[in-house]
Write a protein that binds this ligand. Structure first.
Ligand code: NDP
Length: 477
């Protein structure tokens, strides 16, 4: 469990690395031990929920300004520990310090806390006329259960924690069993400024997540992870009619239009797909390119990709890292192998080191670009969640839009064009929670974010996100 105050004499990293007991957590780049994570029992979970429940009325009784002030203080506390947190994140998750990776993620935690503290949240007057008045207020829900993944463990935790606390809820958070130390470190830092027991981390695996989901004293689950686990949570939550925000898997399509400038868009296309070494829910995972530009886009992407060093996260030059865990590496390898066997053309990569293939060394998979691949190839229709991008050739834009919409998921999508009007017309036809134009995956704390279809439901960020962690309450006379 977490402590309320980080001892200042021992650095966060030293303390986490010297913890005894629990489960060894290995660096995915080197196989070295990063630290040990405690494993909560069901009793620990029940005790944590009871403490969070007892703390909630006092936290809700604070003024909104007070709570917003504490979110800002939490942002300052993270800034004071930023480099330590980034190093811990890099070692545990694998992502490099530089590029849109570990330092960027810690910076995003600060930005999201500050932004979440700043959104106006006044009661809304819905009706005010001769017939009477109706006001919509937003009350706290109670204790929020937060369950997170291993790809952006700190940032996604903040996405769950910050709005929940701002609205007067307390939070019990279960980090991914792959990346618990990052979240424990983050929670420790937040707890240097927060009231006791308003935020409690319960490290454990899926069984602890399942118990949290069924717990009668948890009012809502905020979940980010895979669609299959999301479906289990939806079923389990029905027992107690829990509120849910579900941010589930995606398989985002990008569509290049025939008026785009390949050289101008290549770097943004690359990072749209390869941010966090491709392990991002709203990363571009399949790219549709018209015949007329196909060779140019492929060539421009290869040139950009060749300039992006991959390696151990603590080495400052690297901007791409390993796949976080072996199970995910196997998914990536299976899908690339299937693509190769189907006759698709490998433009770059696709040839993992035999040592890694044999299960030795870090879980690196080379940056891989795959061309001339069928629209229904498994690498296109399944989420690869790794450093691989299939580039699908199209001749008919309507067919590309149909293919982009053909899957059961719809988190993000993007359109790439020099003509904003055309891009907007295509964007309007895409089935997704967000469609970006000439960028991909650019989340913003002010802009609502959520999925369509099996990518989930409920909005995060901005005032929409605050409303989702509150109980609407109409007062009418
Ligand atoms: P999961 O959905 O399995 O895990 C996400 C979180 O849910 C983890 O904390 C996990 O715990 C927990 N969990 C597992 N089972 C349950 C349960 N029955 N009830 C409550 N919580 C549970 O994702 P994985 O990490 O296994 O990744 C699998 C796939 O999901 C990836 O291949 C990728 O496609 C996708 N993914 C999508 C993400 C996104 O941001 N949308 C993020 C990560 C993955 P624990 O792992 O500790 O057992």
């Amino acid at each position: 469990m977490t402590t309320q105050n980080v001892p200042q004499k021992v650095s966060l990293l030293e303390r986490i690395q010297s913890a005894s007991g629990g489960r060894e957590i290995l660096d995915p780049a080197t196989g070295e031990v990063v630290g040990r994570a405690p494993e909560a029992t069901e009793k620990d979970l029940d005790a944590a929920v009871a403490r969070a429940k007892a703390a909630q009325p006092g936290w809700a009784a604070r003024s909104d300004d007070d709570r917003a002030g504490l979110l800002n203080a939490a942002a300052e506390a993270i800034e004071a520990h930023a480099e330590e947190l980034a190093v811990l994140l890099s070692r545990e998750q694998g992502k490099p310090l530089n590029g849109p990776n570990a330092r960027f993620e810690v910076g995003a935690c600060v930005a999201w806390l500050r932004a979440t503290a700043s959104f106006p949240m006044d009661p809304e007057v819905i009706v005010d006329d001769e017939s009477g008045r109706a006001e919509l207020h937003h009350r706290p829900l109670g204790v929020i259960g937060a369950i997170g993944p291993w790809n952006w463990p700190m940032m996604i935790s903040i996405w769950q924690i910050a709005p929940s606390l701002r609205m007067g809820n307390t939070v019990v958070i279960k980090p991914s069993g792959y990346t618990p130390l990052s979240v424990l470190g983050l929670v420790d830092v937040l707890n240097t400024v927060l009231d006791a027991d308003v935020l409690i981390a319960v490290p454990g695996r899926g069984d602890i997540g399942d118990r949290l989901t069924r717990h009668p004293d948890i009012a809502k689950i905020m979940f980010t992870g895979s669609t299959p686990t999301g479906k289990k949570i939806i079923a389990a939550a029905s027992e107690t009619v829990k509120r849910l925000t579900m941010e589930l898997g995606g398989n985002d399509a990008g569509i290049v239009l025939d008026d785009a400038d390949p050289a101008a868009i290549a770097e943004d296309l690359f990072w749209g797909a390869f941010i966090n070494t491709g392990q991002t829910c709203a990363a571009m995972k399949r790219l549709y390119v018209p015949d007329a530009l196909y060779d140019q886009v492929c060539q421009a992407l290869v040139e950009v990709a060749q300039q992006m060093p991959m390696g151990v996260g603590l080495e400052e030059a690297n901007v791409l890292g390993p796949v976080q865990n072996r199970a995910q590496w196997e998914i990536v390898d299976r899908l690339v192998t299937a693509a190769k066997e189907s006759g698709a053309r490998i433009l770059l990569g696709g040839d993992p080191d035999p040592q890694v293939v044999a299960g030795r060394g870090g879980h690196f998979y080379p940056t891989t670009l795959v061309a001339d691949i069928d629209p229904d190839n498994p690498l296109v229709v399944e989420e690869q969640f790794g450093p691989v991008l299939p580039i699908i050739r199209y001749t008919d834009l309507d067919q590309a839009i149909t293919d982009a919409n053909s899957l059961e998921v719809g988190l993000g999508s993007s359109v790439w064009s020099s003509d904003l009007g055309r891009a907007r017309a295509v964007a309007a036809q895409l089935e997704a929670g967000t469609t970006w134009i000439n960028k991909h995956g650019a989340v913003d704390p002010r802009v609502p974010f959520g999925g369509a279809k099996e990518s989930g439901f409920g909005l995060e960020f901005g005032t929409h996100g605050l409303r989702e962690v509150s109980q609407p309450h109409v007062i009418s006379w």
